[in-house]
Design a binder for this molecule. Structure first.
Ligand code: ATP
Length: 235
């Protein structure tokens, strides 16, 4: 489904990503692990068309996206939940969710999908009329994930969903991601600092260090890897 090869990207004269190659298959949850500044968010931005790669290929269901803008990437079915959520804080929960329906298909399917996301996150139905900026951090993250789901992703990118959230809320959000992958065939790229939780939920993973893929394997292989244990799990 997603096949990235030799991806290079950076900011101005500074290169951050060095020839990243990875893939995400249909219905698969793939974790991207790495410490602060390793290049994970830069990778997300390069895949989602927000940052133009200087080299490499981003092939999604046979379509080359590396030179496309973020709107074209969105239309192809790659929807991201950005780090820091980026909600419209002066708009209600419902209005934020409406913003997720960005084209004709998603607008026509909106009411059905709204009921679906309210089943996943019942709290959002209760808070439909509340301004997003007045929600708790966990509720805001739910709105961000729900808004992405309204966009009917084939590939959902979650960038650090656990940031600043209580563990039980992170579990709820990852449970929704797992259910979507298992039951609806949506693929998930999970960028996550909480490596234990990420590996518990993912099928496979990649470790990014200094803008390069340092390791890859199944979640079980990475969890048992001595380097991962020492450098990331502190065991
Ligand atoms: P974190 O887990 O802390 O979010 P990350 O792995 O997502 O880290 P990136 O945000 O991709 O890391 O950052 C990788 C490098 O790129 C860092 O050295 C950062 O300072 C640099 N960088 C990020 N954004 C910019 C920018 N807009 N301009 C210049 N450099 C940037």
């Amino acid at each position: 489904m997603l096949k990235v090869e030799g991806l290079r990207a950076g900011y101005g004269a500074i290169n951050i990503l060095w020839d990243l190659s990875f893939e995400v298959n249909d219905g698969e949850i793939v974790a991207f692990l790495g410490s602060n500044g390793a290049g994970k968010t830069t990778m997300v931005r390069a895949v989602s068309g927000m940052l133009k790669p200087s080299a490499g290929s981003v092939l999604f269901n046979g379509e080359e996206l590396a030179k496309k803008n973020s709107r074209a990437v969105l239309d192809s079915g790659i929807v991201q939940v950005p780090e820091g959520r980026q909600l419209f804080t002066e708009m209600t929960v419902l209005e934020n969710l409406e913003m997720g329906a960005f084209n004709k298909t998603t607008r026509e399917a909106f009411s059905g999908n709204l009921q679906k996301v309210y089943q996943w996150f019942p709290k959002l139905a209760e808070r439909e009329r509340q301004l997003a900026g007045t929600l708790s951090g966990g509720e805001q993250q739910m709105v961000a994930v729900a808004r992405a789901l309204i966009g009917m992703p084939k590939l959902l990118i979650l960038d650090e969903p656990s940031l600043g959230l209580a563990p039980n809320i992170v579990d709820d959000i990852l449970a929704v991601a797992s259910s979507m992958a298992r039951n609806d065939g949506i693929s998930v790229m999970l960028v996550e600092q909480d490596i234990t939780k990420a590996l518990a939920c993912a099928d496979r993973g990649y470790v990014i260090e200094n803008g390069r893929i340092a390791l890859e394997g199944t979640a079980a292989e990475l969890g048992a890897n001595e380097h991962v244990k020492k450098a990331y799990l502190g065991i």
